[in-house]
Design a protein around this ligand. Structure first.
Ligand code: NAD
Ligand code: IPM
Ligand code: MN
Length: 343
């Protein structure tokens, strides 16, 4: 018999816990279909930090890294901790500590949008660039270092090339190599070195500023977009706007080179949304779709597909939270989606 998959649940702050609560029954649902799964819930977030002073303790990180297969994550960020150190330690600590190089942010038209429907995928490097958090504030000047390593860039771009090949869609690298000669120069060199290995992929680099303008004017020529950590963050929120906003965009981060047992983290693209937290207004769709991405990563394709189909079906039947122009609460939207799951 297969060993059970061990998944850590970190609801985090604000709407993170509200959207996480809606997908918990989906974990029971996969078990009822014979999947072997154990979950453990971890308290890390603002409340825990304010109560104990802990962000992500070393022992907890080691247990996640070596004792779990994957993490399902809500969101972090809390106005009571405006410096965001706990969020940085937890979220960036996990992304970087687990070496989760690839952040996959698919943007499909789950809610009806333009014609043809918006359909592209963003591959964002997830551990480097300015997120290395090295810098200084000095009298009269401030420095944020951006570090790019050839190994991480290659892993991210290889994954994006393979995906573009699989989909038969073009690949665009977003960069600013005209200014960031060192960092994005490296991205261009690695990108160029991979092109001959993927002759069927129509691959080109574009200055990120021009890319954003072209994307808003006509997204249809784009298929897969690869970008560094910083540009990928911005591009993925812009793309979320095309498919219904922050509440519906999912993501999965993983480590293609599998350095540790824990090799993936699924989380919606949105944050803790303090403006709507505690009011039952959060849209759980991004969290459901992230859970589907995690199921697919674990090899549970039928369950991943069924979960995505349940989201589609609920939306097609008119289920909508307030951000999508409807009146359903987070809980009612969760129920509407789960009602579409097969037994
Ligand atoms: P945000 O994504 O939390 O919110 C941006 C806007 O989107 C807000 O108007 C919010 O109400 C709306 N929104 C977000 N999620 C929604 C949902 N599920 N349903 C409906 N509407 C939703 O971004 P922000 O306001 O820039 O950041 C708030 C906090 O979250 C900050 O502390 C930030 O650092 C943090 N953050 C965390 C993550 C994460 O944990 N992965 C991601 C982004 C931001
Ligand atoms: C995201 C968020 C994070 C990021 C923040 C909260 C550090 O915006 O997951 O996109 O910039 O990566
Ligand atoms: Mn972001």
């Amino acid at each position: 018999m297969d060993k059970p998959v061990r998944i850590a649940l970190i609801p985090g702050d604000g709407v993170g816990g509200e959207v996480m609560a809606e997908v918990l029954p989906c974990l029971e649902w996969v078990k009822s279909r014979g999947r072997r799964l154990q979950s453990l819930t971890l308290p890390y977030g603002a409340d825990h930090c304010l109560a104990t002073g802990e962000t992500l303790p070393e022992a907890a990180f080691a247990e996640l890294r070596d004792g779990c297969d994957a993490i399902l994550f809500g969101a972090v960020g809390d106005p009571r901790l405006p410096g965001g150190q706990h969020a940085e330690a937890i979220l960036l600590g996990l992304r970087q500590g687990l070496d989760l190089t690839v952040n996959f942010r698919p943007c499909h038209a789950w809610v009806s949008s333009g014609q043809p429907p918006f359909d592209l995928e963003v591959f964002r490097e997830n551990t480097e660039g300015p997120y290395c958090l090295q810098g200084s504030t000095e009298p009269g000047r401030a420095v944020d270092l951006a570090i790019h390593t050839e190994s991480a860039v290659r892993r991210l771009l290889q994954t994006a090339f393979q995906r573009a090949e699989q989909l038969g869609r073009p690949l665009t690298l977003a960069h600013k190599a005209n200014v960031l000669k060192h960092g994005h120069g490296l991205w261009m060199r690695v990108f160029d070195s991979l092109k001959p290995l993927h002759p069927r992929v129509s691959a080109r680099g574009m200055h990120a500023d021009a890319l954003l303008c072209a994307l808003v004017q006509d997204p249809s020529p784009f298929g897969v977009i690869a970008a560094d950590n910083y540009l990928g963050d911005l591009i993925s929120d812009l793309c979320a706007a095309f498919i219904g906003g922050m509440g519906v965009a999912p993501s999965l981060s993983w480590a293609p080179h599998r350095p540790f047992r824990c090799s993936a983290l699924a989380e919606p693209v949105h944050g803790s949304a303090p403006d709507i937290a505690g009011k039952g207004l959060a849209n759980p769709v991004g969290m459901f779709l992230s859970t589907a991405l995690l199921f697919r990563h674990l090899g549970w394709e039928p369950e991943a597909g069924a979960l995505e189909a349940a989201v589609s079906e609920a939306l097609a039947l008119g289920a909508r939270t307030r951000d999508l122009g409807g009146t359903l609460s987070t809980q009612a939207m969760g129920t509407a989606i789960r009602d579409q799951l097969p037994l």
